[in-house]
Design a protein around this ligand. Sequence first.
Ligand SMILES: [Zn+2]
Length: 156
Amino acid sequence: MRWPREFLLKQSVLLVDQLRKHENWNKQTQKRLRNTEGITAVGSNEADCAQISADTEVDRISIECSTQIILKIHAALELISVDLKQKPKGNHYYGLCLSDGCESAICTKRLTAIPWADLCLRCQDQNEKTNQLNKRFSHKERRIVNSRSVAPGTRT
Ligand SMILES: [Zn+2]
């Protein structure tokens, strides 16, 4: 399946716009992170430190997420530029689900909402379910570890 040229052009405009937003946002968050790390190093009271470290953690996760998105945007733009130049070769073109053995085309509605989407809705759902299971598992693990009176890893 190939996308109409107009659709690819429209998507690349969206992608470039999002890329700029995410890059700016990433830069700002990194700057803030550097500043707060400086404050923690200087030292303040315990409650402030806890708040700062929570904020820092959120910033770190946000940077990780937006870095992932930036990478996906670059990959999508690359695919679009190849698709615009030539007929897509084999099974690698913009809007194709990257999940192993899936090879469905991602629907237009999803691509319009998330132009860097690289998984179809079904695979994305599957992915999120797996992630949630992992999260729940590690949460339970942590609780077990915390409830033990001995250090985790110690054989009793
Ligand atoms: Zn898929």
